[in-house]
Each structure stands twice: as C-alpha cells, then as structure tokens.
Ligand binder design. Structure first.
Ligand code: NAP
Length: 251
C-alpha cells in the first residue's frame, strides 16, 4: 500500500481545486488531480511541485468514476481525503449576460428544467456518485475526511433574510444546487458519524475563477483555505458543519 496519505480533488485542473491540490501536496499528501479532460489534468499536475498525478474523472459519467476508483485501488491502494470540488454554475449563460440577467431567466417560475438538471447533475448527483464510489476506500483509511465545496449562496437561512445581499439571485439552478449539496453533506455526516469519517461543507468565498468569469474578489489561495483546513482536521475536529475561513455559516 502507498505509504503517504492520498487525496483526491475533483475538478482540480483549474481554479480553487487546483489550489487545494497544491496545498494538500505541500501538506504531505499524494494528490490525485481529478479532471474530466485528462490532458488538462496532466498540465495542471505538472504545475504542482511535488507528488501530484492527473486522474481522468468526469463526475457525471459513471464509467469514468468506476475507472478512476479502480485506478486508485490498483495504483495507490488507499484514499484518505476526498474533496468534492467540481461544479458548474450554468450551461446557458451568454458571456455578455450579467448574473442578474441570467437569474431573471432562471427563476423558479420560468427556468428550463434541462438547465436545472445539468447543473444538479454535476454539483449534487456528481458528488453523491463520486462519494459512493470512493467510500469503500475511504472506510479503509485510518482517518478519512470528505470536504464538499459548497457556497454561502445556498444558505436557506441567509436567503430567508430580506437584508441578504445575494437574495435576489437565489434560484433553482446553482444556488439551490448548493442548498441540496448542504443537505447531502448533513446526510453523509450523520451516516458516517460512527466511522470517524468527517464530512464537512466549505464556502471558499467570492473567488476570482473561471466559474464567475474571474470577477471574484478573493484569490484562489484564499478560496482554498477553508476546504484545506477541513481536509486536515484531526480526530477532535467537527463533522456535519458548514463554514468559511471566518467561521461557521448557517445552513
Ligand atoms: P472553476 O475554476 O470553474 O473550476 C471548476 C472545476 O470543476 C473545473 O476544473 C471544471 O473542469 C470542473 N468540472 C466541471 N464539471 C465537471 C465534471 N462533470 N466532472 C469533473 N470536473 C468538472 O471554478 P471554481 O470557482 O474553482 O469552483 C470550485 C468550487 O468552488 C465549486 O464547487 C464552486 O461551486 C465553489 N465556489 C466557488 C466560488 C467562486 O466565487 N469562485 C464561490 C463559492 C463556491 P473544466 O476545466 O473541464 O471545466
């Protein structure tokens, strides 16, 4: 079996995922750089100084998930950390369209169900599918951790407050996909409580990445901070929580 702990980060070929991969390598992990396009994964892995390996993984493709799981078992024989980071914000927003314009076209009353399904397929069902596939390996690890990269825009508590700044863009596509991811996080944490596997959700904050056309205000280093902290929790760390790098967030 591989001597060093092994971490898998989904969607790690760019953005916050790539930074999480870099940080986990720096913390002594062998890191599998999940990427739906293998060449982009390899290019990303080459950017990381240290023990990083590209892993073809499309979280919406069960065959890809099964092949990735088999490869991890065969080549490394262990998995200690799973960071469910891969996500998309939409499939139909035109570059010139503002977030506000897109949100008007994707309200609960008028959104295309295909758009909702496509985003939930990646952000919700993809997380569930990858986690189910990786759980046998995670259960064998001495102190496995699962981190779901979520978003404060999915918080039902915040969106129920009329003063919340992003309330006007709360809708069934991306924001509600993160609400659903939060629910899945709690479900996983409850189920795995007795195993010692900790499952937590992190919000990176509004980070400059491809997801928002690089309009974010935080750096990827800042965005990766909370997911990485949760990946490194010791035995006394919490499970079933939602937080950013300033502290707990309301569900
Ligand atoms: P990003 O730069 O667009 O990265 C997203 C990653 O997910 C890319 O590597 C992308 O791959 C991958 N991905 C998308 N669909 C996939 C699939 N089906 N299978 C595998 N990988 C897939 O965005 P980011 O901002 O770093 O996002 C990382 C996480 O942070 C996401 O969960 C996002 O919701 C969350 N988040 C971001 C912000 C923000 O302000 N940026 C705020 C809150 C939460 P390709 O390169 O092939 O497209």
């Amino acid at each position: 079996m591989h001597k060093k702990p092994v971490a898998l980060v989904t969607g790690a070929n760019q953005g916050i995922g790539l930074q999480i991969a870099k940080d986990l390598v720096a913390h002594g992990f062998t890191v599998l750089v999940g990427s739906r396009n293998f060449d982009r994964g390899e290019a990303a892995a080459r950017q990381i100084a240290g023990d990083a390996h590209a892993l073809q993984l499309d979280v919406t493709d069960q065959r890809s998930i099964s092949a990735a799981t088999e490869r991890i078992r065969k080549e490394f024989g262990r998995l200690d950390v799973l960071v469910n980071n891969a996500a998309i914000s939409n499939t139909s927003k035109k570059p010139e369209m503002s977030v506000q314009e897109y949100s008007k076209l994707t309200r609960a009353s008028n959104v295309s169900l295909d758009e909702v399904r496509a985003v939930w397929d990646t952000n919700v069902f993809g997380v569930l599918a990858v986690t189910q596939a990786m759980l046998p390996l995670l259960r064998e690890a001495p102190a496995a951790r699962i981190v779901n990269v979520s978003s404060g825009v999915g918080s039902l508590t915040r969106n129920s407050d009329p003063a919340y700044a992003y309330r006007s863009i709360f809708g069934p596509v991306y924001p509600a996909s993160k609400t659903a991811l939060n629910a899945i996080t709690v479900a996983m944490a409850i189920e795995l409580e007795s195993t010692g596997i900790k499952v937590n959700a992190a919000c990176p904050g509004y980070t400059k990445t491809n997801l928002n056309n690089f309009t974010g205000t935080r750096t990827v280093e800042e965005g990766a901070r909370e997911p990485v902290r949760l990946a490194l929790l010791d035995a006394n760390g919490p499970t079933g929580t939602f937080s950013n790098d300033e502290g707990p967030l309301p569900w």
